[in-house]
Design a protein around this ligand. Structure first.
Ligand SMILES: Cc1cc2nc3c(=O)[nH]c(=O)nc-3n(C[C@H](O)[C@H](O)[C@H](O)COP(=O)(O)OP(=O)(O)OC[C@H]3O[C@@H](n4cnc5c(N)ncnc54)[C@H](O)[C@@H]3O)c2cc1C
Length: 500
């Protein structure tokens, strides 16, 4: 084992969509900065960002019912839906900039248009959906949304779901054609190819083992070359911990005060994937249902048309479950290893508070394939077991922290940027809404960590992302322009493209 010491401006840990996005933004804003990436696996986008490990929904709140809560007075709160939609517009603008500048090519290899639908059954759910539709459809960001509770119309929209349905319960759906399926794995690989051809040093099969402050305020990152077994020490002024589920243990190693009293709760996932091309061909939408009472928001069932490996696919899920690993390729000791003296009370409090969730996850783990088929048959009444296989999805590590509203040990379902007060290190924790909002989240990293550069960078940011700092919902004409131009560049206007 030998030890080398090398200096650089920026170290990105992990080759997922978040590091890919931050690296690509920095390459445009500060092209002279030297960037190094360390990824423990052999390729980019192999963990949560991989196309088989996530649901590929371009989350814009077009179909996810958990983004529009019903208030106690019965009205619908659409503020979260607006936020998430605006964040997705930032992603589309940055991707369009990259395509227009020839920095990445062939956008249909990573983004495809697909209708987004919400589907509910039962009188109270139909009433909720109707109210939600009324609140959203008059908002410019959700223009074009349609509602129907007419079974004949629904047969046109979702024949596979309506065929063989015998229940007399009221049923209703909304549909909006401006939804997308995003292959985040393909996008991540494209962005890393772009970075590699622009002198970013990408080190695969390199695991980061430790991160320590140096006497001048930089960071020393200890890296194991998995192939040669050599240890290298790299020094950087700025480190981004984009290790996905593996970010929390690395953040804890920095010892920064902001890393204390935070824990992680891993939730695993399974999808069912259809192996019968005739069934795949009968469906063309992402259809989101309503989470069961007591189920966490990430387990909302949905039936999704996907574009993977250049062909149309059909996936159902996710089924949540429990595994102590923080990454799909992680270790069974991850969870226990993340319990430290400074977060043990927070973790214990969460354990006591979240008994219902733990019970729910255990029940999900115990589900037999036939029970999973029963859940699928709520979407596709005629589904046949032999047409469906199981694939293991990525791990999500939900953040546990002490909050004013929730008290000690509160489970968070969003994403959080945790950074040092001096901005020299930042980590991304949490998983939702996830990859769709990568550009928004990485802009937040820039704002928190490089406030001294933001004024100088602003013109370039606006060139790449024209709606940066502007509310689109308050500027409907600007939204129309952006919506039309990103659709044109990313090929989202054409309804059926090559792979149908
Ligand atoms: C089941 C499921 C469904 C989802 N559905 C959606 C969806 O529909 N839409 C959406 O927008 N988002 C979705 N997400 C969330 C989305 O996948 C994630 O938010 C996103 O991929 C996270 O990207 P990342 O770069 O942070 O992490 P990752 O893609 O996990 O990348 C982290 C990388 O860091 C590496 N790494 C970790 N530790 C180390 C170390 N010590 N040294 C070196 N390398 C290390 C890992 O090997 C990995 O390659 C879903 C997630 C899951 C699990």
């Amino acid at each position: 084992m030998s030890s080398l010491q090398k200096k650089t401006d920026v170290i990105l840990i992990g080759a997922g969509v978040m590091s890919a996005t931050l690296g690509s933004l920095l390459k445009e804003l500060a092209p002279q900065w030297e960037i190094k990436v360390f990824e423990k696996l052999a390729n980019a986008g192999e963990e949560s960002s991989n196309e088989w490990n996530n649901a590929g929904t371009g989350h814009a709140a077009l179909c996810e019912l958990n983004y529009t809560a019903e208030k106690s007075d019965g009205s619908i709160d659409i503020s979260k839906a607006i936020n998430i939609n605006e964040q997705f517009q930032l992603s589309k603008q940055f991707w369009s900039y990259l395509v227009d500048s020839n920095l990445i090519r062939n956008p249909q290899d990573f983004i495809m248009p697909i209708p987004h639908m919400s589907l509910v059954q039962g009188e109270s759910n139909v009433t909720f959906l109707k109210k939600r539709f009324k609140a959203l459809s008059k908002n410019p960001l959700f223009q074009g949304m349609e509602f129907s509770d007419d079974p004949e119309k629904l047969k046109e929209w979702i024949p596979l779901i309506m065929e063989g349905r015998t229940s007399n319960e009221p049923i209703a759906a909304t549909k909006i054609d401006s939804g997308t399926d995003v292959n985040f794995g393909a996008l991540t690989r494209m962005l890393f190819d772009h970075l590699k051809s622009n002198n970013v040093e990408i080190n695969y099969e390199h695991s980061v083992k430790d991160i320590k402050r140096t006497s001048d305020g930089s960071w020393e990152v200890k890296v194991l070359d998995n192939v040669s077994g050599k240890i290298e020490n790299h020094i950087a002024k700025f480190v981004f911990i984009g290790g996905g589920g593996g970010s929390l243990p690395l953040l804890q190693k920095t010892g920064i005060p902001e890393s204390k009293h935070i824990g992680g709760f891993p939730v695993s996932g399974l999808f069912m994937v259809c192996n019968n091309p005739e069934v795949v061909a009968q469906h063309h939408a992402k259809v989101y249902g309503k989470a069961r009472v007591g189920a966490p928001p990430m387990s909302v069932p949905h039936l999704d048309t996907r574009y993977i490996d250049n062909k149309k696919a059909l996936l159902f899920g996710p089924f949540a479950g429990f595994s102590p690993k923080f990454l799909k390729t992680g270790s069974n000791l991850d969870l226990i290893g993340s319990v430290k003296p400074n977060n043990v009370l927070t973790m214990l409090a969460a354990g006591a508070k979240e008994m219902a969730l733990t019970k729910y996850l255990i029940q999900q783990v115990m589900l037999s394939n036939e029970k999973r088929m029963e859940e699928l048959r709520e979407f596709i009444p005629n589904a046949k077991s032999e047409d469906w296989d199981i694939v293991t999805a990525g791990q999500r590590v939900q953040v546990i922290k002490d909050t004013e509203a929730g008290g000690k040990g509160t489970l968070q379902f969003g994403t959080e940027v945790v950074s040092a007060a001096d901005g020299s290190v930042a980590a991304l924790l949490g998983a939702s809404p996830g990859a769709s909002t990568a550009v928004h989240v990485m802009l937040e990293v820039l704002e928190k960590c490089f406030p001294q550069h933001m004024k100088e960078w602003e013109p370039k940011i606006l060139e790449m992302i024209p709606s940066y700092g502007v509310s689109l919902v308050e500027n409907p004409e600007f939204f129309q322009d952006i919506h039309a131009s990103t659709a044109e560049t990313l090929g989202l206007s054409a309804k059926e493209l090559a792979y149908s």
